[in-house]
Every structure is written in structure tokens, then in C-alpha cells.
Design a protein around this ligand. Structure first.
Ligand SMILES: NC(=O)c1ccc[n+]([C@@H]2O[C@H](COP(=O)([O-])OP(=O)(O)OC[C@H]3O[C@@H](n4cnc5c(N)ncnc54)[C@H](OP(=O)(O)O)[C@@H]3O)[C@@H](O)[C@H]2O)c1
Length: 174
């Protein structure tokens, strides 16, 4: 699991995760990470940028679109009627399969959001991002880190992913 501020990933040795399947929770927040021209110009995605740094890493983008405190609130056993779905994105089909199995054991269904090049669909401020799981989608920004969650089925997540339009990252202010 890679869960460090985006700007910190280059501080990790490029060889450290060679051959490993890594769940990448990273997001780009210019206010925290500084402006990164390639991302601002929509030339690449956050996970592609990270993938490029690490040699032979089998990266699956996962858990980036859900607030940390919502994970224990929404985890349910397989088959539960209110089981929530999370998106995964990646270029390695076997790694995605392994990631889906692990995430399934942790309490969530998964929906394939496509290859890393399409992972902008689950980046900040899209319709498939963290607000989707808020019990009250109008929760003010300052309150989201404590806000209650609601279950999101695989069918609803599919619909949210289909509705996503690509945002211009340069316009993002936080
Ligand atoms: N928090 C959320 O709800 C959430 C949800 C979805 C996605 N994300 C994304 O997940 C990533 C991590 O978020 P977070 O909230 O877990 O961040 P965080 O609490 O600020 O940082 C996580 C860890 O990163 C380590 N770290 C910081 N700078 C480092 C460096 N230069 N080298 C190595 N390790 C470093 C820190 O380790 P030490 O304590 O040892 O310094 C810290 O414990 C971000 O990209 C974030 O946008 C977060």
C-alpha cells in the first residue's frame, strides 16, 4: 500500500517495490504537493506519474477515492445487502484481480475503472470521488473528515464512473 503525500513518493527508493503488487491511494493536492506541470496540463495521471518512478511495480490505484474514516464505517461481509463498492484502476490484469480479492476480504466490492491512463475518472473533485460516499453530499468541506458515510453499490458506482467528465487539473485550487 502506497499512502504518502504525492510529493513524497520520489523519496522512496525506486527499487524498493520491484515485482510487488502495490495499492496506490495517492491523490494530487496542489496546496499540499506543490504544482506539478504534467498533471496540471492533463498530460498524465497521478498514478502514471508514480508508476514511472518505481521499477517493476505492479500498481493498482485503489482506496484513493474514499475518506480514511469511511473505510471501517462501510466495510461489510461479502453478500451483505449494503455492501459498498470501490473503484480500482490499473494496467496489469492479474494485479487487479489480486487487488480485487484482497479488497473483497477487507469488506468491499470492486468496480474496474479502467487503465491508469483513465484513472483521472477517480481523481479529486470528480463525481466518483469521496463525496459520493458522504451520507449528506452537501457536507461543507471543513466537516467532511468527520462526516457520516452511506453505502454505494457497484451499480451506483458504475453510473458515477460513466458520468465523470475530465476536469482541468490546472483549475484546481486545493
Ligand atoms: N487521509 C485520507 O482520508 C485519504 C483518502 C484517500 C486518499 N488519500 C491520499 O493518500 C495519500 C496519503 O494520505 P494520508 O492522509 O495518509 O497522508 P499523511 O497522513 O499526511 O501521510 C501519511 C504518511 O506519509 C509519510 N510521509 C510523509 N512524508 C514522507 C516522506 N517524505 N517520505 C516517506 N514518508 C513520508 C508519513 O510518515 P511518518 O509519520 O513516518 O512521517 C505519514 O505517516 C495522499 O496522497 C492522500 O491524498 C488520503
Amino acid at each position: 500500500m502506497l499512502a504518502v503525500p504525492l510529493a513524497a513518493h520520489t523519496a522512496i527508493s525506486a527499487e524498493l517495490l520491484e515485482g510487488k503488487i502495490v495499492l496506490d491511494a495517492s491523490n494530487y493536492y496542489p496546496s499540499r504537493d506543490g504544482r506539478i506541470a504534467e498533471l496540471d496540463e492533463d498530460k498524465t495521471t497521478t498514478s502514471e506519474l508514480i508508476h514511472r518512478h518505481f521499477l517493476g511495480m505492479r500498481l493498482v490505484k485503489a482506496f484513493n477515492n474514499i475518506l480514511a474514516h469511511h473505510i471501517p464505517l462501510l466495510a461489510r461481509p461479502a453478500g451483505a445487502p449494503d455492501r459498498t463498492a470501490l473503484p480500482i484502476a490499473g494496467d496489469d490484469a492479474d494485479a487487479k484481480k489480486a487487488a480485487a480479492a484482497l479488497i473483497g476480504q477487507l469488506g468491499f466490492d470492486t468496480v474496474d475503472a479502467g487503465p491508469l491512463a483513465q484513472s483521472w475518472r477517480i481523481e479529486p473533485e470528480t463525481t466518483a470521488y469521496t463525496r459520493l460516499y458522504l451520507a449528506d453530499p452537501a457536507t461543507p468541506f471543513e466537516q467532511v473528515m468527520q462526516a457520516p458515510a452511506r453505502p454505494v453499490s457497484a451499480a451506483e458506482l458504475h453510473r458515477a464512473l460513466e458520468a465523470v467528465e475530465r476536469l482541468h487539473v490546472a483549475d484546481r485550487t486545493f
